[in-house]
Design a protein around this ligand. Structure first.
Ligand code: FEO
Length: 391
């Protein structure tokens, strides 16, 4: 795709990665992604904001074919999907310098071996003149790395945010027109990498509160020409109070755990609690992560296998612990053959999250009437605990 004009002297560059289906060899990308870069031509200086994933370097170079000079490349974030083509760009433009946050400098040297004399660091709030256009650098750390900053183009009120407000979405629409699609993709992205840094996200949102923003231009997915849409979504996702939702990630070997899960869902439904159920034998972990953004309670359904929880459950609980959602309560239901340490093992994994464990319901073999009553009791407890949450 060729570069596209956003406003006078401001261009959208970069590559749409339609076919990519996995990020970090971990995160599913059902809708692909994009690596956006931006070119700003000031009356005196020309600056490139971010580059692209190294696999897409040729696309960026083709877009820069007729650009004879670049004075600066702003590196908002060192991760290679944005900085990977930087060495090649610096080779093409031999006098260009990289502008980066103070924390990013050493990271740029470590990750990309950029020579120190090509790097200029900027402080939080520092401004930089391109002649008739002014860049203001705003540190927005921990979205999801510590060095990340955004750039505010003062005269045009455009905020370039890199990962922040981005979405893994391959599209040729320049702007976020299909809001429900962008909402889902942006929430997936938030859930997968930013949720563990929720309090930092809150601080960054607060920092941007008084900024007059007409456009948010992230480095993944389409541009937001309705900035409030994505800012309000982020405020909701990063807020402290979860919703009246129970997530049930489960797996069943001989149907006993599935019977319990089905019964529990019915019982929670009678108590007007929204439930989202995930079979961990074939789950899209991104969807599970999206649901965790709002969940008040997680109830894990697992059989006991090899004296502990099923390995797929272990994987899901490990991710839960790493993603640190605002979930307040957790419980476990399931069936065992003769014994085991399922609860102790799962409890021992929850080292990063402040959650209250609601009395688990673990039964020997096929659940009996008394076991189903215990599930009703668990549903009662969840309903009581969720009373303070909205839907
Ligand atoms: Fe899109 Fe953290 O890189």
């Amino acid at each position: 795709m060729k570069s596209r004009l956003i406003k006078d002297g401001i261009y959208f560059l970069g590559a749409v990665d339609w076919d990519r289906r996995l990020f970090d060899a971990l995160i599913p990308l059902p809708d692909g992604t994009s690596y956006n870069a931006y070119l700003i031509k000031g009356s005196e200086k020309i600056v490139l904001l971010d580059t692209v994933d190294p696999t897409m370097t040729n696309i960026l170079l083709a877009q820069l074919k007729d650009i004879e000079n670049i004075d600066y490349v702003v590196c908002h974030h060192v991760e290679q999907d944005h900085s990977g083509a930087l060495p090649v760009v610096l080779e093409k433009y031999g006098s260009a310098k990289v502008i980066i946050s103070t924390r990013g400098k050493d990271m740029l040297i470590d990750h990309l071996h950029i020579p120190e004399d090509r790097i200029i660091t900027v402080e939080d709030g520092e401004t930089f003149s391109l002649g008739d256009k002014t860049l203001k650098f705003i540190y927005t750390p921990w979205v999801h790395w510590p060095e990340t900053m955004s750039t505010y183009l003062v005269e045009d009120k455009i905020l370039f945010t890199c990962d922040f407000f981005g979405s893994h979405l391959a599209t040729n629409e320049l702007y976020a027109e299909d809001k429900s699609k962008v909402y889902e993709a942006a929430k997936r992205y938030y859930a997968e990498i930013m949720m563990p840094f929720r309090t930092n996200i809150q601080k960054n949102l607060e920092k941007l509160r008084d900024l007059d923003i007409s456009i948010i231009a992230p480095s993944h997915g389409p541009i937001h020409n309705d900035p409030n849409f994505i800012i309000e979504a982020y405020k909701d996702w990063a807020s402290d109070t979860p919703k009246n939702i129970v997530i049930i990630p489960y797996i069943s070997m001989h149907n006993s755990t599935r019977i319990m899960v089905d019964y529990l869902i019915s019982s929670l439904t009678e108590r007007d609690i929204k439930v989202e159920r995930f079979d961990l034998s074939s789950v899209d972990l991104g969807k599970l992560a999206i649901s965790l953004v709002d969940a008040g309670t997680v109830i894990v359904g697992t059989p006991t296998v090899l004296v502990g929880p099923h390995p797929n459950v272990v994987y899901a609980v490990y991710l839960f612990n790493a993603l640190r959602p605002k979930t307040r309560y957790i419980s476990v239901v399931g069936s065992y053959g003769w014994g085991g340490k399922t609860i102790d093992i799962l409890k021992g994994m929850l080292t990063n999250v402040k959650v209250e464990l609601l009395e688990p319901v673990l039964v020997k073999g096929l659940p009996r009437e008394k076991d189903l009553k215990a599930l009703d009791k668990l549903a009662d407890l969840v309903a009581e605990k969720h009373r303070e949450f909205s839907k």
